[in-house]
Design a protein around this ligand. Structure first.
Ligand code: ZN
Length: 135
């Protein structure tokens, strides 16, 4: 079952600079920020906790990163919406029964979560991530 919006992700050229902007705009405490490198996605990410949800800032690690390609094509801006689920396999099966298939099987993402993405063509040109916290 989908529980809530886990985070909204924004692609940026420079993580430090974007982090300063968002920290100022949101007025958040330094303790609300967590930075992590996700080698599998070739990105460096910053999560800013906002109550029940987060904002994720995504910076490419190199030109091979999907985020580098996104930035080259679209510039900075919203990249995806992530939905928290308690059972990603159940969601995958539910979607498959509707003939909606994720971009590959669930894999490990930031924060050790199990994640999968739906192609934006499935959902009105918005990239959706499903994320399950590991127990
Ligand atoms: Zn995400």
């Amino acid at each position: 079952m989908i529980k809530k919006i886990d985070h909204i992700a924004i692609a940026v050229h420079n993580l430090e600079s974007a982090l300063e902007t968002f920290s100022n705009v949101l007025g958040c405490a330094p303790g609300a920020i967590r930075i992590e490198e996700v080698a599998s996605e070739k990105v460096r990410v910053a999560f800013i906790t906002l109550g029940e949800s987060k904002i994720e800032l995504l910076e490419p690690l190199n030109d091979e990163s999907p985020i580098a390609k996104f930035l080259a094509k679209n510039g900075e801006g919203m990249h995806h919406i992530a939905l928290a689920t308690d059972d990603i396999e159940e969601e995958r099966e539910r979607l498959a029964s509707l003939n909606i298939n994720p971009l590959g099987p669930p894999k490990e993402g930031a924060g050790g979560k199990k994640i999968m993405f739906l192609h934006p063509k499935e959902t009105n040109r918005v990239l959706l991530e499903f994320a399950q916290k590991q127990h």
